[in-house]
Write a protein that binds this ligand. Structure first.
Ligand SMILES: [Zn+2]
Length: 114
C-alpha cells in the first residue's frame, strides 16, 4: 500500500481532531470523542480521550491516536496501550517525514528535501 497516502490520510484525521480539541477546550469538556487516526480513509470510529490524553499524543508530531487493533505494524509501533485508546509512533522514515511536515502545530512548513 502507498505509504505516503496513508501518512496523509492520518494527517487529515489529525487536523479534524485538532479542531475537535479546540472546541472541547472552549467548553471545558473532560472527556471528548475524537476520531480514530488510523490510515483507513473509511474508518469513522470514535476514540474517547481526555483533553490531557490528547495533548500528550499531540506533543510529538509522529504519534497518533487510534483504537486498539487499528495500528499498522509495517509503518508504526504502539507506544502506549490503554483500555480505550492506543498511541502509535511512526517508525517508517518517509512516513515520519510526511507527518512531521503536515503537523499543524509545527508552524509554517519548512522546506523539505525529498
Ligand atoms: Zn481506525
Amino acid at each position: 500500500m502507498d505509504e505516503q497516502r496513508r501518512a496523509k490520510t492520518e494527517a487529515l484525521f489529525r487536523d479534524v481532531n485538532e479542531r475537535i480539541a479546540e472546541t472541547a477546550e472552549r467548553f471545558d469538556a473532560t472527556g471528548t470523542e475524537f476520531i480514530c487516526e488510523c490510515s483507513d480513509p473509511n474508518c469513522t470510529h470514535g476514540v474517547e480521550a481526555s483533553n490531557s490524553e490528547y495533548e500528550k499524543v499531540r506533543e510529538d508530531p509522529t504519534t497518533f491516536l487510534v483504537l486498539p487493533g487499528h495500528e499498522q505494524d509495517d509503518i508504526e509501533r504502539v507506544v502506549s496501550r490503554r483500555r480505550r485508546l492506543w498511541v502509535r509512533e511512526k517508525v517508517q522514515a518517509a512516513v515520519r517525514q510526511t507527518v512531521v511536515r503536515l503537523d499543524p502545530r509545527s508552524g509554517p512548513a519548512a522546506p523539505t528535501e525529498l
